[in-house]
Design a protein around this ligand. Sequence first.
Ligand code: ADP
Ligand code: MG
Length: 537
Amino acid sequence: MDSNVQPIFIMPDDTKRTTGKDAQSNNIAAAKAVAQTVRTTLGPKGMDKMLVDAEGSVVVTNDGVTILREMHIDHPAAKMVVEIAKTQEDAVGDGTTTAVVLAGELLKKAEDLLDQNIHPTVLARGYRVAEKEAQKLVRNFAEPVLFDNDPLLRNIAITAMTGKGAEANKERLADIVVQAVKKVSTLENGKVIITKDAIKVETHIGERSDASTLVEGIVISKERAHPSMPTYINDAKVALLDSSLEIKNTDIDAKIQITDPSQLNAFLEQEERLLQDMVQKVVRSGATVVLCQKGIDDLAQHFLAKAGILAVRRVRKSDMETVSLASGALIVNNLKELSSDDLGFAGIVRETKVGDEDMIFVEQCKNPRAVTLLVKGGTEHVAGEISRAVTDAIGDVVASLMDGFVVAGAGSIEIEVARGLRQFAQTCIGREQLAVHAFADALEIIPRTLAENAGLDPIDIIAHLRSDHDMGKKWSGVNVLNGGVFDAWNSGVVEPLKIKTQAFHSAAEVAEMILRIDDVILSGQGSDMPRDIPQDF
Ligand code: ADP
Ligand code: MG
């Protein structure tokens, strides 16, 4: 080498860079670590995680996406895996652990092949081919689900909640979930249309969890702003305000010099007039109920009460949106523009005690019929975990009806698809075949993990399942509750097809993406700075 040649730097000094095999194995290790973290929570016998944030607040959960979200993961490849949990959550609402565990296993199997000197792009291509075939297979195996098949819909809800915080009351909760989804659904030309946003889950602490109920309307855990406001309004005209009913503090720091008492009075009168004007605008619009996302001044509360208006302040944004959807009210952010056209309609708006907490019920909205699952738990932690399980169940019932197809769970579908893939591999050539086999093996991580988490011998179980499936028992799955294997379909372990298609897709996609990376460039930006040194110090 010519020693006179100066090395050329194309990046700043503080850039960190890893390339080639190092970059790859580092990324794979990070992704596997994420999968490993949530793996023990998979299935009805999965364990929980206790997450404590910087303020010391605690969440106990086995919900994959909740765990990963609270962990604040930093590594770039690990973050990509966390993203698939979020995508899964948005697309289906359940199956987050499945997607992440599968991604981790696809990368683990890929590592073995990389060690045998198979090129990453060949592998990535093989995975893509395998995923496409897996999608075809899983659709072929799926069973249709009809809108009026309540027993099947209940089983879908129960499967989502088995082993979660809601376990003890899953039968009753499953009934409520199915009713709730049906209330917000309409059938148009044989197609089910569901407004999922019209379903709200509101938790309430203090009573036993079997007291959960379905309310036909929206429940807001707030009380009316002033005790002399009405507690019950019939045929309510609802205004939704995104601005405060207060006198705004100006940005400019103004000092007011008051030299004699009459000035003070004038000042206060002025303020009172302004507030009265604001309330007049509400009154003139014809509103009888006001839900305000911001604050309401004490005096304004008083005027509203005098006008017979039921007002609620600091209403959550998501509640505003649900009420808007259900009542037809528009969310107005400039009070000056509030008019009768912006108002929505609700048959009844009332304040009612739930346990010892006052809550606002917005009921008899017609289009769509919004519903609230009022979920009660003994403590905040219990209520939180029940509400996450119920939300998963809602997601699964909705996904099943929208898509129209379901599969049996307990690892049965993964074994069946793996079997189909192995047959398909025979039609592939060369190294691609190895990748398809690796994909099939990776799918078996689901039944394997279900068995492990239930304290069963995974080797025995997988062997048993494979031979069952070879004999045509396509729904043979892991019996996590009693040990051994069982027919998952007949035992009511049913999941939406969408969980699987989405999980296969995003797991394969992230695995391919990570495999294709051979260079990681961390640009400066203080990425090396210890966390506890303030940046501007
Ligand atoms: P995810 O976040 O992926 O939904 P879960 O912890 O909810 O993870 O576990 C889902 C897995 O548990 C699925 O593979 C599902 O088929 C399985 N499962 C659910 N109920 C049962 C059951 N009663 N017996 C066996 N497996 C079950
Ligand atoms: Mg689940």
